[in-house]
Ligand binder design. Structure first.
Ligand SMILES: [Zn+2]
Length: 424
């Protein structure tokens, strides 16, 4: 047991020291303190019982490598071993980011579906970068994510268990987020991370657990042996196509019962696939992060502003006429045109934000022309110019913040190199 107090000075491995200001919070593993680092306020995670040398060396390695992406509240400095323990220093979490658990309990909610999709995209991107750096997260769960409700920006915390692929931190992760093969005793790796990612995404969208339905509710007491069944050997998705034994229970799993019908079929099909018996049992079948990003991009394409009620609505991109999903509206409307971008069909409607890539920053916005209310324009919100080609072959540059008309037959090359065409 090693606690620190206000004014204590702790040496950093790279030299210099930090000063304890106050305690910010504590968990099973350690205490987080507000600290002063060269007049800058940062956070120190201090272990109550110091983990072994291998853990210390791994942390040192991660500090040297730096964060895989800005989604991570990554260890920035490691302390020396002092006062019977050690810890690491990271940036402070901004106060407008809330723990994912708060969203699951409806203490916090996303301001929009757009923010929810941005959060999903950012989480996938973070894990893609993490795996690209050769790490596996190992201990993925709802306590690791902090989300800004308006933008959907995400910070992933507790990165001290991040290990190179194939190495075991000794942390098994929380049962509800562990892949079935890890529940059965296997070593966490990028495949098990991908399972945990599907669970996190499912919970982000539906605010219930994908494997917690009637079977779990019927269980008198969730002992370890029951946990091993429900999350491991006998796991059944609550909306499994063939096995209806674990359906969500009214009054218990209200969130998913209410939200499941709202989301596009593609998302539901993807979860059905990811939690099918075949995929639960075969880790190679799991969708990689880029696969998820494509799905989320398509779902985001189908999120538009209903021209009748002005609210966000998902539309069925396979139909030529859309129906607003808001029950008080249920209005029918058609897109002005479609922006064909590779395999994606992005409906063009007034007030739509268009996302060409996956960075959560809208690349374009659809607005009405001030001169002609019947003419829609696409505004270039990106920093680089686009090149547009009219149906008659004229080439025009659409500068940053500039506009191009929504006219069928116009082809456009975005700064990123992506090419699209406006079709009916
Ligand atoms: Zn509507």
């Amino acid at each position: 047991m090693s606690e620190l107090k206000k004014g204590d000075k702790i040496s950093l491995a790279i030299g210099g020291h930090i000063t304890i200001i106050k305690e910010l919070g504590r968990g099973g593993q350690g205490i987080v303190y507000l600290v002063d680092v060269n007049s800058q306020q940062m956070a120190l995670k201090w272990y109550l019982t110091p983990p072994d040398d291998a853990f210390y060396q791994n942390l040192q390695h991660n500090v040297q490598q730096g964060a895989p992406s800005d989604a991570f509240l990554w260890p920035k400095y490691l302390t020396k071993k002092e006062k019977g323990s050690y810890g690491y220093v990271m940036d402070l979490r901004p106060s407008n980011y809330y723990e994912f658990g708060n969203y699951l309990l409806a203490k916090k909610s996303f301001k929009s579906f757009s923010a929810m999709l941005a959060a999903a995209m950012k989480i996938c991107d973070g894990f893609m970068m993490l795996h690209r750096f050769g790490y596996s997260y190992q201990d993925l769960n709802d306590g690791n994510f902090f989300i800004e409700p308006t933008t959907g920006d995400v910070l992933i915390c507790d990165n001290d268990n991040v290990m190179p692929q194939g190495e075991k931190s000794g942390i098994m992760g929380k049962a509800r987020y562990m892949a079935p093969e890890v529940v059965a005793g296997g070593i966490p790796d990028k495949y098990s991370d991908r399972y945990s990612l599907s669970v996190i995404l499912f919970m982000l969208f539906f605010a219930n657990h994908p494997l917690e339905g009637a079977k779990v509710v019927a269980c008198p007491c969730l002992t370890e042996s029951f946990e091993k069944k429900f999350y491991g050997s006998e796991a059944v998705f609550i909306y499994d196509e063939k096995d209806k034994s674990n359906l969500p229970v009214r009054g218990v799993h209200q969130n998913v019962i209410r939200r499941w019908p709202i989301f596009p079929q593609l998302l539901k099909d993807t979860f059905r696939e990811q939690f099918s018996q075949e995929t639960l049992k075969n880790k190679n079948n799991r969708l990689i992060e880029q696969g998820w990003q494509k799905i989320i991009a398509t779902i985001r394409d189908s999120l538009v502003i209903c021209p009748i009620c002005g609210e966000e609505t998902f539309v069925d991109l396979t139909q030529s006429e859309y129906t607003c999903m808001n029950p008080n509206c249920a209005g029918k409307f058609k897109p002005a045109a479609i922006l064909k971008l590779g395999l994606r069909d992005i409906p063009i409607l007034p007030k739509s934000s268009l996302y060409i890539d996956n960075d959560n920053i809208p690349d374009a916005k659809v607005v009405r022309s001030q001169d002609d209310q019947n003419l829609l324009l696409i505004q270039n919100l990106s920093a680089s110019p686009w090149i547009a080609e009219t149906p008659s072959g004229k080439i025009k540059t659409v500068e940053a913040n500039g506009f191009m008309p929504v006219k069928v037959g116009i082809k456009v090359s975005f700064g990123s190199g992506n090419k699209a065409e406006i079709i009916q």
